[in-house]
Write a protein that binds this ligand. Structure first.
Ligand SMILES: Cc1cc2nc3c(=O)[nH]c(=O)nc-3n(C[C@H](O)[C@H](O)[C@H](O)COP(=O)(O)OP(=O)(O)OC[C@H]3O[C@@H](n4cnc5c(N)ncnc54)[C@H](O)[C@@H]3O)c2cc1C
Length: 376
């Protein structure tokens, strides 16, 4: 008999897993999403390196129209005064058919929803209660519906409620005293940056990342500012911290700004139930300073899919060992970037810039720092 799987959450992780299950047709599955719709009008961008693209290609990612995606050739690294420090060639990590890609998050969600929307996705579903019944898991939802399944996959993001239901030890993400401000810019001549590449600008207690998200050359801006308190009604105080360091940046903060407090998990915790797995941010939420959250969500979904597909014994242990090893590598680099991008002392900034300039030219360093993440 076909095994039945409930995926909780329709973000990048949950939808990726759903697409693989759909493709192989060996299991019954349903994605349960708490919201009433998918965020398809969200314009913000996302970067996905080859490790993610290679996996997405297996579910036909290339069918997305070329005009809706971008392949930046490299990253230009500047100080906040817009003086270039060095650059990184991203094409060195590309392979045939899998290139470093930037796009709108909604374009990715639109693609991932395509095959599963009607038959395999249910909205407005929140777990009310879970219990074990005849070697299966019974999930009861708030709207008085229920499902009896062989596996539950928590794909409900960094604040995973699925964990709250199944684990004795609650996963508590930590506010990292940093806030992200995002917007989309039309081609933007005020700054001296190559708008066909990713630009990283490092300032005191902040950094900015610009990148094109489509062939119309719309630019995604993410600005991350260290600040101890998050007040969505008062982001001017954060903008001031940035603009004080370069008045030319004032214009980029003029409209349609959205802000998010940044959280991360301090520990990677296993599932204590052999029928329950966590993927994406529910497995391990990281900061966006290596742009790997989506890539890791895609990887975790694919790893778990392979274990389920092959009906491996001891899936839980294999999955946790494999995934946590990889997650730790990514997390170390993410946290290191978060530290060095924001040095406030001029002295430390000079030392950092010196090392960046020289290390970025060393193939062996770049391969071990980024190649291990991007190529997987
Ligand atoms: C500012 C910023 C910039 C970023 N930029 C990048 C980038 O460039 N590249 C990159 O790779 N990553 C980036 N990331 C990280 C990336 O967005 C996330 O890691 C990724 O989206 C996680 O996907 P997910 O599916 O695990 O979780 P989510 O995207 O959080 O999705 C979880 C889903 O579960 C649903 N849900 C939640 N609770 C419940 C519940 N109780 N019941 C049912 N459903 C529920 C939610 O509504 C949501 O649909 C960035 C993050 C931030 C904050």
């Amino acid at each position: 008999m076909k095994k039945k799987i409930a995926i909780i959450g329709s973000g990048i992780a949950g939808l990726t897993l759903a697409n693989f299950l759909y493709k192989y047709k060996k299991h019954d599955f349903m994605v349960y999403e708490k919201n009433e719709t998918l965020p398809l009008d969200e314009g913000y961008g996302i970067q996905i390196s080859n490790n993610g693209i290679k996996i997405l290609n297996e579910i036909n990612f290339s069918k997305i129209g070329d005009e809706k995606i971008y392949h930046p050739r490299g990253i230009d690294i500047y100080n906040i005064q817009n003086n270039k420090i060095c650059d990184l060639d991203l094409t060195q990590f590309n392979a045939i058919g899998s290139k470093y890609t930037t796009l709108q998050r909604s374009t990715l969600i639109e693609f991932l929803k395509d095959n599963i929307y009607t038959q395999h996705l249910r909205f407005g579903k929140r777990i009310r209660e879970v219990s074990e019944l005849k070697n299966k898991i019974l999930i009861k939802f708030d709207d008085n519906t229920n499902d009896l399944v062989d596996f539950v996959i928590g794909a409900d993001g960094i604040f995973s409620n699925t964990r709250t239901f199944f684990e004795k030890k609650k996963n508590k993400p930590i506010f990292k005293n940093a806030i992200a401000i995002r917007t989309i810019l039309k081609p933007f001549p005020e700054l001296d940056i190559d708008q066909s590449k990713i630009s990283l600008m490092m300032g005191r207690n902040c950094h900015l990342v610009f990148y094109p998200i489509n062939k119309k050359k719309e630019l995604n801006l993410v600005c991350i500012v260290r600040h101890k308190k998050y007040d969505p009604g008062n982001i001017e105080i954060l903008i001031e911290k940035v603009v004080k360091q370069n008045q030319n940046l004032k214009k980029i903060f003029e409209k349609d700004l959205k802000s998010f407090p940044l959280y991360a998990n301090s520990k990677i915790l296993p599932s204590t139930n052999s029928k329950v797995f966590y993927i994406g941010d529910a497995f391990n939420g990281i900061l966006p300073t290596l742009a790997q959250g989506a890539g890791q969500s895609i990887e975790s979904a694919f790893e778990l899919f392979n274990l389920i597909k092959d009906d491996k014994e001891n899936k839980q242990n294999i999955y946790f060992q494999q995934r946590s090893k990889r997650a730790k590598i990514v997390r170390r680099r993410t946290n290191f970037n978060f530290l060095i991008f924001h040095f406030s002392s001029k002295f430390m900034q000079r030392i950092r810039n010196f090392f960046m300039k020289s290390l970025i030219k060393r193939k062996s360093f770049i391969n071990s720092y980024l190649g291990t993440v991007y190529k997987n």
